[in-house]
Design a protein around this ligand. Structure first.
Ligand code: ZN
Ligand code: ZN
Length: 359
């Protein structure tokens, strides 16, 4: 549950992005803005491009809220046509939910299996969110490196990542779950923080490239639900983009950066981190969604945490519903909800955001 002290909101300010990349993004937006602004009378502008909306929820687990809370969330999303992503962490409590799940876990997995039909993708936020899982003894290691950091360690090989990821996917399959991507689990423990700092000093913090290689291998073998998968790694409110990390023909792995943060209670489930106005104000005139819309951004994607969002005891649940109400009231014809997996697939198939012009 404890997040990396360089939490995602802080990553916004520290996001490492090269000037070249930034110029490339700026140019893309200028091009889009050009279409929209300068050719007012043209046919293209009449069917105005809609901005894609999406989100992801970290730490979703029956250990945090009753599975019925997850059902309430899924049904709310479906009834409002909302699309996004929510993690499933199979080994969160130290054992795999694929082995003898208790009643709560079984109920949770039943909902998770069908979450895609409710509009919600399912990422592995890897297996335990903490120590590595030992798939031979079917338990989380008692001590040792944490998963999020392990994804960064330069000495780990593609084979080791491949083996670990494929074991998680196999446990998912055993539970009837198909994963759609991977989310970096943050951790703020002393050991992780120290090592992250060392890695940051040595160069920009990034996943070991073998992570992308292993993920692409698994995508090509059909072990994920789709042939193109999103990963949630970097994030920034301003210097955001989508990055192709590995690809082979129609198969690909993308880092899809969120460009809005968590103001729904975060992992602390604390009221001081709840603010619906951050997303959209009551009059619909400001907030980050409106800012991205005004800037002709192709998407607005934010993240949340199950501790704060869940309808059972999350302090952010009402705020989430307020945000959705405001979006429906003010932006209904200007935005379109998409699952992250659909965003990356369509982006890959059209080699850019052109598909958004047709939505
Ligand atoms: Zn997490
Ligand atoms: Zn840690």
């Amino acid at each position: 549950m404890m997040k990396n002290k360089l939490s995602k909101p802080e990553l916004f300010s520290k996001s490492i992005i090269s000037r070249r990349k930034f110029l490339k993004i700026s140019t893309t937006y200028l091009t889009l803005a050009g279409f929209a602004g300068l050719n007012c009378a043209c046919e293209r502008d009449k069917k105005k491009r809609k901005m894609i909306l999406s989100f992801y929820v970290d730490d979703t687990s029956p250990a945090i809220a009753n599975p019925d809370a997850y059902k309430t969330f899924l049904e709310y999303c479906k009834s409002h046509g909302i699309k996004g992503e929510s993690s499933v962490i199979l080994g969160y409590d130290g054992e795999s939910m694929a082995d003898n799940p208790d009643n709560e876990e079984r109920t949770f997995l039943d909902y998770a299996k069908s979450s895609y039909d409710y509009g919600i993708d399912t990422h592995m936020e890897i297996m335990t969110h903490h120590e590595l899982f030992d798939f031979d003894v079917r338990k989380k290691a008692v001590e040792g490196i944490h998963e999020g950091l392990w994804l960064h360690e330069p000495a780990v090989t593609a084979e080791e990542y491949y083996h670990y990821f494929s074991s998680i996917l196999a446990d998912g399959e055993k539970s009837g779950l198909e994963f759609t991507g991977l989310t970096w689990p943050g951790c703020g423990c002393d050991v992780c923080s120290l090592r992250y700092e060392e890695l940051r000093v040595a160069g920009p913090l990034k996943f070991n490239p073998a992570v992308w290689e292993a993920l692409l291998d698994l995508v090509k073998r059909g072990n994920f639900r789709n042939r193109v998968i999103p990963v949630f790694y970097e994030s920034s409110e301003t210097d955001y983009n989508i990055f192709q990390k590995a690809a082979d023909g129609k198969f690909a792995v993308y880092d899809l950066m969120p460009n809005a943060g968590d103001h729904m209670g975060i992992w602390e489930n604390s009221v001081e981190h709840v603010n619906p106005d951050y997303y959209i104000t009551e009059d619909g005139k400001s907030g980050i969604i409106v800012t991205h819309l005004n800037n002709r951004a192709p998407y607005c994607l934010w993240y949340m945490h199950w501790q704060g969002l869940n309808p059972e005891n999350g302090v952010g649940w009402d705020a989430f519903k307020i945000v959705i109400d405001r979006i429906e009231k003010h932006l209904d014809n200007k935005v379109i909800w998409m699952r992250p997996s659909d965003i990356v697939t369509r982006y890959h198939d059209t080699s850019g955001w052109e598909f958004a012009e047709e939505i």
